[in-house]
Design a protein around this ligand. Structure first.
Ligand SMILES: [Zn+2]
Ligand SMILES: [Zn+2]
Length: 226
C-alpha cells in the first residue's frame, strides 16, 4: 500500500494531520500542518538532501487551519511561493479557515467541539499563485498536476502524479478508527465530493494519500462511490 522506492512522495506525519514532500529538481511541499510544524517540515527537507531555499512551491490543499497553520512560517523560512485555489485565498491571507460544514452526525458533533477559530493575522499568508483550473508542476521536475477537487471546501485542491499517486487533502479521510477510507466528515459542497473523487479516479491512481490517515489503495476509494 505504501509507495515503492520509486515514489517521489514523502509523507510528513504532523500529529493528526499529514503534510507531504514531493521530490523534484525543486521539491514541493503539500500542506503545512497546525502552527508550529515548520521545523519538522524543514527537517524532512534537509533529510532528503535539500536546503530550505531549494523548496519550489508550497501547495495548500484547502484553507483549514490543520493544513495552513505553518504556511506563513514555512514561506518565511524558505522564500517559496504559496499556491492556493482562488476561492480560499482570502481565508489564507486572514489566517482563518474556510467554512467547516458537517456532512454527517459525527461531523456535527465534532464541529461543536472544534468551534470557530478567530482570524489570526500572524498565521496569514498571501498566496503568490492562485488557481481555479488544473496547474502543471513539471517546472519543478515533477510529472504531475494540481487539480481542483471541490467538496470538502469549495476551493479544495488535489495533486495527481504520473507515478499513479494522488494527494487528496481532505476529500477522503481516514481520521477515525478503523482508519479505512471514508467520505469527508465535513463538506462545504457535499454534492461535489463524489464528482471530485471521480475526477481523481479517472487518473487511475494506485495510491491515494490523505490529510488524515491513509494512504489508501485507489480501489478502496473507488468503493466509496458505491
Ligand atoms: Zn479540512
Ligand atoms: Zn484536515
Amino acid at each position: 500500500m505504501t509507495a515503492g522506492s520509486g515514489s517521489p512522495v514523502i509523507p510528513i506525519p504532523l500529529g493528526h494531520v499529514n503534510a507531504f514532500l514531493i521530490r523534484g529538481t525543486r521539491p514541493v511541499v503539500v500542506d503545512t500542518g497546525f502552527p508550529g510544524s515548520a521545523p519538522k517540515i524543514l527537517s524532512v527537507l534537509q533529510k532528503e538532501g535539500y536546503r530550505p531555499w531549494d523548496l519550489g512551491l508550497i501547495i495548500i490543499t484547502h484553507a483549514h487551519l490543520d493544513h495552513t497553520g505553518s504556511a506563513a512560517a514555512l514561506a518565511g523560512a524558505t522564500g517559496a511561493p504559496v499556491l492556493v485555489h482562488t476561492a480560499e485565498a482570502d481565508y489564507l491571507a486572514a489566517g482563518t479557515s474556510a467554512p467547516v460544514v458537517p456532512a454527517s452526525l459525527t461531523g456535527r458533533f465534532l464541529r461543536l467541539m472544534i468551534g470557530k477559530h478567530a482570524p489570526a493575522p500572524d498565521l496569514g499568508v498571501q498566496a503568490v499563485i492562485r488557481i481555479n483550473a488544473p496547474y502543471r508542476i513539471d517546472a519543478f521536475g515533477i510529472n504531475g498536476a494540481i487539480l481542483p477537487t471541490p467538496g470538502h471546501t469549495k476551493g479544495s485542491l488535489s495533486v495527481s502524479l504520473a507515478t499513479g499517486e494522488v494527494i487528496a487533502g481532505d476529500l477522503v479521510t481516514g481520521l477515525f478508527p478503523p482508519l479505512r477510507a471514508r467520505l469527508p466528515i465535513f463538506a462545504e459542497d457535499a454534492a461535489e465530493v463524489k464528482a471530485s473523487i471521480r475526477v481523481l479516479l479517472a487518473t487511475a491512481p494506485a495510491t491515494i494519500y490523505a490529510g488524515h490517515g491513509g494512504p489508501f489503495p485507489g480501489s478502496d476509494v473507488e468503493a466509496l462511490l458505491q
